[in-house]
Write a protein that binds this ligand. Structure first.
Ligand code: MN
Ligand code: MN
Length: 447
């Protein structure tokens, strides 16, 4: 008798059911490598640096754009005008960026602090009272770059945004709406408290500046040409008695980025030219020359594969997976999800026809024909997958790079693992889902 009801409806089958026993073992081994990647790549620059090294080690062609975006290209046996297979993931994640003039002394509390401007969509209360590490670069006027990653080694100091004790929080925090309780401007990071023993105006600030000058040969003005990011200092690690989950910062979207990297580096002689593209600034709207909207980088990559190819023809015949994470059904908050269409942890890579918000606004709405092909491809490769949407209609929403890529005339579908506690300092994924994303991208790039 034919099975007429979808096996994906109401999550009848999880990835744990679909994968073989040895594949589940592989998923756990893969997750160990992925956790190491998360711990080594806490910023877009660090991710790009590792992507570059990994691709070179795999003897793959890799190109880097301004240290913040990259692409790995594997030429196919067919002419490039037959189209490419593109997987795009972003390597930036929400965090606290330092302002251009960050350092100040708060003489009432006797502390030196850094001013920040948060980057991306955060719940501000997640970012106070946790240990923070400082990553990034300071580029001096002479062009010399000082690279930072302070707070990762167990012997390093860490930094932290102080918060008010509950005893006094009643009026200024507890009675307010959650989003108003902590102001963006109050996300100042404590960086020191020991004054110099001299009669100068701001003794603690002076001490910090002298320390920075001694250790890194930088001045206060050098912060003006810097990109310093405060990120959670703790490590990604296994979660649960059964170790089935991964907790860590930046899994949106480094879960997809790592899966795309592993998939493209394992490719040998694909039919169509395969490209894994890693972009920046997705979390703030993909504006800028290192983003999915800077399509000149993609055009340059195609030109390098075949200088004679007509790039518009290539793009029109091409297929893309917008590799980005999806929201996972969250315990205690199931009322914001329409459960038949939501993605859940452990049910495989999540495929979204559209993202956007209210009335599908600002969504790439993938065509039925393309989805049919992708569905067939996933089933043929025995990849566990589910459908996914961000949440209930009119409850909120969000976007990915899919809409920018689809403007080029390519077919585009959103696909990536589901994430719990998305955009928080400690996001959760399922090991079988991140592995399913890898299997999906691999099958796609080989198609
Ligand atoms: Mn994302
Ligand atoms: Mn995001």
């Amino acid at each position: 008798m034919a099975e007429t009801e979808s096996k994906y409806a109401y999550k009848k089958k999880t990835a744990w059911d679909v994968l073989t026993k040895s594949q589940i073992d592989e998923a756990f081994a893969y997750s160990n490598d992925y956790i190491a990647f998360l711990n080594a790549a806490k910023t877009e620059r660090e991710a790009v640096s590792i992507i570059n090294k990994t691709a070179m080690k795999a003897k793959k062609r890799v190109m880097v754009n301004r240290g913040k975006a990259a692409a790995v290209v594997v030429p196919g046996s067919k002419p490039v005008e037959d189209g490419i297979r593109l997987v795009v993931a972003h390597v930036d994640s929400p965090r606290l960026d330092l302002k251009q003039i960050p350092l100040f002394q708060d003489s009432e509390s006797n502390l030196a602090l850094f001013e920040t401007h948060y980057y991306g969509g955060i719940k501000k209360f997640h970012w106070v009272v946790i240990p923070l590490a400082l990553h990034g670069v300071i580029v001096k006027k002479n062009g010399e770059t000082v690279t930072f990653a302070i707070g990762e080694d167990p012997h390093d100091p860490v930094f932290s945004v102080p918060d008010l004790l509950p005893h006094l929080a009643h009026e200024v925090q507890d009675d307010k709406k959650l989003d108003d309780a902590i102001k963006g401007e109050s996300l100042d990071i404590t960086v020191g408290s020991q004054p110099v023993r001299r009669a100068v105006k701001e003794k603690i600030k002076t001490a910090i500046l002298e320390k920075l000058h001694k250790d890194y040969d930088i001045t206060e003005e050098d912060f003006i040409s810097a990109e310093l990011e405060a990120v959670p200092a703790f490590k990604a690690r296994d979660v649960g008695f059964d170790r089935s989950l991964i907790g860590g910062y930046g899994q949106d979207d480094r879960a997809s980025a790592y899966a795309a990297l592993r998939a493209v580096c394992g490719l040998n002689h694909p039919m169509h030219t395969a490209i894994a593209l890693f972009v920046d600034k997705e979390e703030i709207g993909s504006e800028g020359n290192t983003t999915a909207q800077a399509t000149i980088f993609l055009r340059t990559l195609i030109h390098e594969v075949d200088p004679k190819a007509d790039i518009d023809t290539v793009l029109l015949h091409s297929r893309t997976i917008s590799a980005d994470v999806n929201s996972a059904v969250t315990p205690n908050y199931t009322e914001v999800f329409e459960l038949k269409n939501a993605s859940s942890l452990g049910c495989g890579v999540a495929m979204s026809k559209y993202t956007g918000h209210g009335g599908k606004y600002a969504a790439n709405d993938a065509s039925a024909e393309y989805i049919a092909d992708i569905r067939a491809l996933l089933d043929k490769a025995k990849v566990p997958w589910q459908t996914g949407e961000i949440g209930k209609v009119d409850k909120g929403g969000g976007g990915t790079v899919a809409k920018y890529i689809s403007r080029l005339g390519m077919e585009v579908i959103d696909m990536g693992p589901a994430v719990l506690s998305m955009h928080s300092p400690f996001e959760l994924t399922s090991k079988v889902d991140v592995y399913s994303a890898f299997l999906a991208y691999k099958a796609f790039l080989n198609s």
